[in-house]
Design a protein around this ligand. Structure first.
Ligand SMILES: [Cu+2]
Length: 239
């Protein structure tokens, strides 16, 4: 298989793989998996720009060496292109690059749409950021600072506010991030698939203790979470 074949096969393979990845991510449950979608898109982007970069660099290098000036008095005598040929030499490489660009942009918008569409059965948490902590308010009124406990397997709808300056709510493991802006309610959602602990951190420089403005996201087995919520309510609802 020569190089052209490989490149062509890859061009056909990319949408096919992406389609299967997307359909399998949506098949198991109705909730899309941001981590898989985001990582897939990132990998795709890295592979594609590397491949395109190598091809373009190799062609440039070849032309530089092939048509270099060998003697100081040598005058160039490059081939004269017809207007149509010149147009083609510009248009074809641009088309190759842009086709990949549009493909990635389309995948990106598809993922983006699912980021903005909160699943109907989500657990709603009101989150308020302030210098330099996070308050998490559960539907029963419980407020916990710098720690959010949720039930694994159920999507979490975060309603996001700021008490003072611009903060940003970021859970790296779940690939979600959104700004908390004073005077405005923003939102995001994520799915804690498995029980476990994750870091949630402020990712907008917001003053001297910005680096200490982080919290724990603790995804618990649903039965344990219900117990925790009930016990917490019995204690008076705040921690
Ligand atoms: Cu902050």
């Amino acid at each position: 298989m020569d190089l052209t074949d490989r490149i062509i096969r890859r061009i056909y393979l990319v949408p096919a793989l992406a389609f299967f990845a997307a359909s399998s991510a949506f098949a198991g449950e109705n909730v899309p998996d941001f981590k898989a979608g985001w990582d897939e898109l990132w990998r795709e982007l890295m592979i594609d720009i590397t491949l395109i970069g190598i091809v373009f660099a190799a062609i440039t290098l070849y032309l530089l060496i092939r048509y270099r000036r060998r003697r100081s008095e040598e005058a160039g005598k490059g081939p004269v292109l017809s207007p149509l040929a010149a147009f083609g030499w510009v248009l074809i490489p641009v088309f190759v690059f842009m086709a990949d660009d549009f493909f990635l942009a389309a995948k990106n918008f598809e993922l983006w749409n699912s980021y903005r569409k909160v699943p109907a059965n989500s657990y709603v948490v009101e989150v308020e950021g302030y210098m330099w902590s996070w308050d998490f308010k559960h539907p029963d009124g419980t407020i916990v600072t710098n720690e959010l406990r949720v039930a694994a397997g159920r999507p979490v709808h975060v309603k996001l506010r700021s008490r003072d300056v611009v903060h940003s709510f970021f859970i790296p493991d779940y690939r979600v991030k959104w700004d908390a802006v004073p005077g405005k309610e923003n939102y995001l959602w994520f799915l804690p698939k498995e029980p476990g602990e994750h870091v949630m951190t402020c990712t907008e420089f917001c003053g001297a203790l910005h680096s200490g403005m982080y919290a724990k996201i603790i995804a618990m087995p649903p039965a344990e979470f219900d117990k925790w919520l009930a016990a917490n309510k019995a204690k008076g609802g705040t921690q």
